[in-house]
Design a protein. Structure first.
Length: 465
């Protein structure tokens, strides 16, 4: 009896523990019911939505295969490092690629939309004034290169839909779209020849060199710059008109350098105050100070002291627009110049000539120790000696106290933020080439004669077109 009671007690305790564990254990929730909407077939897009997007889709399909990512590599130990990346687009079956000059910085690699990469690249030419460059892929493609068709940027209208394709932040073949916000924009600070298309299509670092296209799938611009303190898209981007880029590209392929259009005029932009003071009812103008003999401007009858107010029927908001239209026309092309002279408004059709080599007009020679001593200087002086000042040139100044003369020894050349020490004629020629490309407002020469060192400042603010 005692054993039975003990057995029942132990059994009851075990059953109590099992029951307690069951009651205290967390409850398992029943399976949630999946909403029927998740199991339903995918919704079909409406015909209307596809119809609206179809022009953008079809235009993108035409050009996107021809758009490339361009990577610039530099040397580093133990391998190589990436210097920059940008975009471009193929314009010929021979593998010519149109892009921006500022995209090209080192050894180049080109990547197509399908992922193929090519590193046998040669640069045919790069123009600092327009920021246009042409490279060529020398690798043999499997099949023919995809080619982007070039359109007519002069037909663009404000409000027209456009598409930008490129590699922003190295995301190759990215597409954005927007509208033409304005045409003929200048003063952006990207070069001497500025006549930009402004767009609100998203442009970001890496888009440079890529195409801006219309809804016919034709390239109308090269995406080049963005406006904003952050360096990223804020809805204000700028593209080089393809008509300008086409002319420059032809010259770069044929000659390795850009052929400049030239009228043969020298002058200065007029400020708003000057225009108001002279009662000239235009927003901007270019005062012609001098017309070169036998130049296109002289043959067309454009006189000195006249004021140019329009080029090809477009207001001359900035002198860079004049440079851009001359670059677009190219030597042998024609431009319509509207000017004011003696109270009359006239328009003339001018055949553009090729710009002569830009020169300040200073001829120099290497300075030898013996020559330095003959000039009353120490034999240890290093520089170049002026041998001739070309008559009528920029250096042919009338101010006797601020001019270079034969026999002067140039030690260095500088302008704001830049300085070069001159020890040979080769140094001097290279610096003069930089001056021709950058066109600073003034250049200062540090000169020495037997009387001692002094400075000569040449003002280059007079524009030459």
């Amino acid at each position: 009896m005692m054993r039975r009671a003990l057995f029942l007690l132990v059994l009851g305790s075990l059953l109590g523990l099992v029951a307690g564990a069951f009651l205290l254990a967390p409850k398992v929730a029943a399976a949630e019911q999946v909403p029927a909407e998740l199991r339903a077939p995918a919704a079909k897009p409406s015909t209307a939505s596809k119809d609206i997007s179809r022009p953008l889709i079809e235009a993108t399909k035409k050009v996107r295969p021809a758009v490339v990512k361009i990577v610039s590599w530099g040397r580093s130990y133990p391998g190589r490092r990436q210097l920059a990346s940008g975009s471009g687009f193929i314009i010929s079956k021979e593998g010519h690629v149109l892009t921006n000059r500022h995209v090209l910085r080192g050894q180049l690699e080109v990547q197509l939309e399908d992922g193929r990469k090519f590193d046998k690249i040669r640069t045919l030419g790069a123009d600092s004034r327009s920021d246009v460059a042409v490279i060529q892929i020398l690798d043999e493609p499997k099949g023919e290169w995809p080619v982007a068709a070039l359109g007519d940027s002069d037909t663009l209208e404000v409000g027209e839909l456009v598409i930008a394709i490129g590699s922003p932040f190295e995301l190759a073949s990215s597409v954005s779209y927007g509208v033409v916000s304005a045409t003929g924009r200048s003063g952006v600070g990207r070069g001497i020849a500025e006549d930009f298309i402004q767009t609100d299509a998203a442009l970001n670092p890496g888009n440079s060199g890529g195409p801006l296209i219309n809804l016919d799938g034709q390239v109308v611009g090269i995406n080049t710059a963005i406006q904003g303190a952050t360096g990223a898209n804020v809805g204000v981007g700028f593209s080089i008109p393809v008509n300008l880029a086409r002319t420059v590209a032809i010259s770069l392929i044929e000659r390795g350098e850009a052929r400049r259009g030239w009228l043969g005029i020298h002058g200065v932009p007029l400020s708003a105050e000057q225009l108001e003071r002279e009662k000239i009812d235009v927003a901007a103008g270019f005062r012609v100070l001098r017309v070169e003999k036998d130049s296109p401007a002289a043959r067309a009858g454009i006189p000195a002291a006249s004021t140019i107010v329009e080029v090809d029927g477009r207001p001359l908001r900035d002198v860079s627009v004049l440079h851009a239209r001359l670059a677009q026309a190219g030597p042998g092309g024609r431009v319509k110049i509207t000017y004011l002279a003696k109270g009359e408004r006239r328009t003339v059709d001018v055949e553009v000539a090729e710009e002569p080599d830009y020169t300040i007009g200073i001829e120099v020679a290497d300075l030898t120790p013996a020559q330095a001593q003959s000039l009353g200087l120490s034999a240890r002086v290093q520089g170049v000696v002026v041998t001739r000042i070309q008559e009528g040139s920029i250096a042919d100044q009338r101010d006797e106290a601020n001019r270079l003369l034969p026999g002067d020894v140039i030690l260095s050349v500088r302008w704001p933020g830049v300085g070069y020490r001159i020890t040979s004629r080769e140094d001097f020629d290279q610096v003069m080439q930089i001056v021709a490309e950058r066109r600073p407002q003034s250049v200062e020469f540090i000169v020495v004669t037997k009387e001692g060192p002094f400075r000569v400042t040449l003002e280059l603010t007079e524009d030459r077109s």
